[in-house]
Design a protein around this ligand. Structure first.
Ligand code: ADP
Ligand code: MG
Length: 469
């Protein structure tokens, strides 16, 4: 639920509220803009909302919300005018309620207050040029932690920054939700933008589509094309959004070719490899694969632990090591979920004024862990075996029985993708095989997913089954 209040700059009231507890307090000045905790929480919300709102909703309304304070399960925030308040209420309330609930728990609320001092800084109008459509968030290389799961993608992104247009073109980043694709793609945009005079355009595929529609409706298609072709570096996030949209793909194909033939750098991010995106034209698929495709997989435990520590430090939150270790062991599939857990812990400490220890952390995170996917290879093997009418023991046993080949490959694939196990862990868990066997199995399933929609559906169903197990 959202609470809506029109209170003309009730800063004094906000300053009076004392919270205490285990969270280091920020200075007055930064608290009036929302402390690092509030800002991090709100950034998390914005990330989650990005796929659920349109570009104008984000540009005009969402970005006008300034987080001030978390109290209990309420996030207090300010907007620059009553119009903002009403528009946000009419357009965004359901989506915001849903993501706040995901982070702070059931019954979370956003309480909005009008503060006219914010009017000068408020976004004014929907963006009119494609490259300004949806700025990706300010993620940088400096805040991106590297481990086995993202090393190739990170190295490739660095090379792209060092030699735009010459290293890997296009660079195609792909992987599951919340694993750092947007962060890395944005870091490329940021680093090239800061280090040179190149014109960098970073936008989501949805923003591209919206701008294209607007241009088609208003007869501005030539201007749209001309603007895009002036760009030196084009970064398009969530390119899978174009799947099944022929007109968008047609236009993107020409944009891609025009830029690529001029040696301009293109970076794309997607939740799946090009050949696994069903509804993506063959010609785009082959263009996307022509440079380097780099997968980001689920982080291993040490990277999860490091990221948690890093994120906690960034917001000035003291996260006990045993809690960080426990959380890193429990939340295995996405960095975004790790961040969500951290924000939930921070908020809980605030409202309860309890010091954070392992017992309290377990209590606070219990609701989100209930739906966490299984973490053992045995669970993956059992679910896959059941579905293929074989036994878990057969999946693990050595031998070349042909009826076991596909189920074994699928189980290895899901262990890698759905539970984030490393190749070495999977190899050990499948009877001590060589880890190149696991890599081959994962690749084979990926290829077949792209070629065989029925197989892709079967694998997706199993993945969902694992997630809800
Ligand atoms: P995706 O685009 O893959 O869905 P994002 O790039 O939005 O995921 O990442 C989700 C959150 O996780 C972001 O807040 C991002 O900063 C964080 N994140 C992901 N990977 C890393 C990493 N390797 N180091 C630090 N933060 C990360
Ligand atoms: Mg993303």
């Amino acid at each position: 639920m959202l609470l809506w209040m029109v209170v003309w700059t009730s800063r004094a009231t906000l300053e009076k509220r004392s919270r205490g507890g285990v969270i280091p307090r920020c200075g007055q000045e930064s608290r009036s803009r929302g402390s690092l905790v509030e800002q991090a929480l709100w950034q998390d919300c914005m990330c989650r909302l990005r796929g659920r709102l349109t570009a104008p909703e984000i540009g005009c309304w969402l970005q006008a919300i300034h987080p001030i304070e978390v109290r209990g399960r309420r996030l207090h925030a300010e907007v620059p005018s009553r119009m903002h308040l009403e528009q946000i209420r009419a357009r965004l309330s359901d989506a915001i309620s849903a993501v706040l609930g995901e982070i702070l728990g059931d019954g979370a609320e956003l309480v909005l207050t009008v503060n006219r001092e914010r009017a000068e800084r408020a976004p004014q109008a929907p963006p009119s040029v494609p490259h300004a459509a949806v700025p990706l968030s300010p993620y940088r290389f400096e805040t991106f932690l590297v481990g086995d799961s993202n090393a190739l993608a990170h190295a490739a992104a660095r090379e792209v920054v060092a030699r735009p247009g010459a290293a890997h073109n296009p660079l195609f980043l792909y992987g599951g939700v919340g694993l750092g694709k947007t962060h890395l793609a944005t870091a490329v945009a940021d680093a090239i933008g800061r280090g040179s005079r190149r014109r960098v355009a970073a936008l989501s595929a949805e923003a591209f589509a919206n701008d294209l529609i607007r241009a088609l409706l208003t007869g501005g298609i030539d201007g749209f094309r001309a603007r895009l072709r002036q760009i030196d570096v084009l970064i398009v996030d969530d390119i899978q959004f174009l799947a099944g949209k022929e007109r968008m793909q047609e236009e993107f194909f020409h944009t891609f070719n025009a830029l690529h033939s001029m040696g301009k750098q293109i970076v794309l991010a997607s939740d799946q490899a090009p050949r696994s995106i069903s509804g993506l034209e063959q010609r785009l698929q082959s263009r996307f694969e022509a440079g380097l495709t780099a997968e980001i997989t689920a982080p291993d435990c040490s990277l999860r632990f490091a990221i948690l520590g890093h994120k906690a430090k960034a917001i000035g939150f003291e996260l006990p090591i045993e809690v960080a270790q426990w959380v890193a062991g429990k939340i295995v599939t996405s960095v975004r979920e790790l961040e969500g857990a951290l924000h939930r812990l921070v908020a809980a400490c605030r409202w309860s004024e309890r010091a954070l220890d392992l017992g309290f952390a377990k209590e606070v995170l219990r609701p989100i862990l209930r739906s966490a996917p299984p973490r053992t290879l045995e669970q993956v093997q059992r679910i896959v075996a059941e579905s293929f009418h074989v036994t878990p023991g057969e999946l693990v046993r050595h031998g070349r029985v042909s009826r076991l080949r596909v189920p074994r490959q699928v189980a290895m694939y899901l262990a890698r993708k759905a539970m984030g196990a490393t190749y070495a862990e999977i190899a050990a868990g499948f009877g001590g095989r060589d880890h190149s066997t696991v890599m081959h199995a994962v690749k084979r399933v990926e290829e077949r997913r792209g070629e065989d929609p029925e197989f892709a559906t079967l694998v997706d169903r199993l993945s969902e089954k694992l997630a809800s197990a």
